[in-house]
Design a protein around this ligand. Sequence first.
Ligand SMILES: [Zn+2]
Length: 211
Amino acid sequence: MIPAALVLLSFLRMDVRTGRVLERQWQDDRPIHPGSLAKPFIALAYAQSHQFRFPEITCTRCWLPRGHGRTGLRDAIAQSCNTYFDTLRAALGPGELDAVARRFGLRSVDEARPEELLRAYIELSRRAAEPGVNVILEGMRLAAKSGTAKRLAHDALAKTGTAPCTHIPKSPGDGFVVVLYPAVQPRVALLARLHGRPGSHAAAEAARLLQ
Ligand SMILES: [Zn+2]
């Protein structure tokens, strides 16, 4: 049972150019576990120590039971392939991921406050010209077009995630989505969290918030 007072949808909307918070409906400022929302930063940490080349990896088992098959970075971001990013993360040296996280204003990719996390994505979009970043953003555009965030139904940059619920009572997991809209020269950044539903459902809610 969910108490009536519990808001099922939390969101944070920011102006990409000024970095100002435009709207905030988020009950608490507790750190969240970014989960799959950390994947772009894992990719960047890997790129920096591997000549900015991303591997192709065969995923045979994932959150999608049959796996994602042969996957490069762009599709791995779009489909949020766990096998792909577990492999990349395992190839990182000590401190490499933390260094990238800090450069984007995050204390850690495993724990961040909602606002810090959204700011990190804004920063990522601003660095499109830096090596390794553009292909990550292409993956996010593909996520919104045909990947895990397709229910967004907007030409945007997006990344979904599912993370442990911090509400009381707990759900098995909360869905998250980060959206930068429009895809080219984004103006609006949005982080949405939907209690007890997967990230793909959070994307559908985010679509309404973009209207
Ligand atoms: Zn996979």
